[in-house]
Design a protein. Structure first.
Length: 149
C-alpha cells in the first residue's frame, strides 16, 4: 500500500474500475476476451479482405498463439467465425467473421458506446472533456514509466 492518502485513493479507484468491468461490453455468455477477438477480426478484415491469422490476433492481444486458439475455436463452434486455408499461402489459416459474428460485434460496439454516452450524460460535456484529458495524461505517464523499465 501507499504512504500517501492521495496515492492510496488513486490505487483504490483504479482497482474499482477493474472489479466493475467497465471496459467489458455486456453480452450474455461471451467472455471479454472472445469479444476482443471479434473486434480484432473485424478491424483487420476491413484492411485485409482475406481475414486474419491466429498469430496476428495473438500479437495484437499481446498473448501467445496457444492462448488465442481456444478462443477462436469457441467462436467457431458458436458460428461467429469461420476458418479457412489462405488461397495465396496454403500454410496460413485465416479467420473471418460470419454474418452472426458481425451482428454480435455490432451489438457489443453499441453496448460499449451506450456505456460511454451514458457516462458523458452523467458527467456533462465539460467534465467528460476534462476526464479524457486527464486519462490521456495518465496514459502518457504510465507509458513513459513502462518504457523506462
Amino acid at each position: 500500500m501507499s504512504d500517501t492518502p492521495k496515492a492510496q485513493r488513486l490505487m483504490e479507484v483504479f482497482n474499482r474500475f477493474r472489479r466493475v468491468g467497465c471496459y467489458k461490453p455486456a453480452l450474455e455468455g461471451m467472455k471479454s476476451s472472445e469479444i476482443k477477438v471479434l473486434f480484432i477480426i473485424r478491424r483487420v478484415s476491413c484492411e485485409d479482405s482475406r481475414g486474419v491469422t491466429i498469430s496476428a490476433i495473438s500479437n495484437m492481444m499481446e498473448v501467445t498463439s496457444p492462448t488465442v486458439t481456444p478462443l477462436v475455436r469457441s467462436l467457431e463452434k458458436r458460428g461467429l467465425v469461420t476458418r479457412y486455408t489462405d488461397e495465396q499461402d496454403r500454410r496460413a489459416v485465416r479467420i473471418k467473421l460470419t454474418e452472426q459474428g458481425e451482428a454480435i460485434t455490432r451489438k457489443a460496439q453499441e453496448a460499449y458506446t451506450r456505456r460511454f454516452n451514458g457516462l458523458i450524460d452523467y458527467l456533462g460535456e465539460e467534465k467528460s472533456g476534462q476526464l479524457a484529458d486527464l486519462l490521456e495524461q495518465v496514459f502518457e505517464y504510465l507509458d513513459q514509466q513502462q518504457a523506462r523499465s
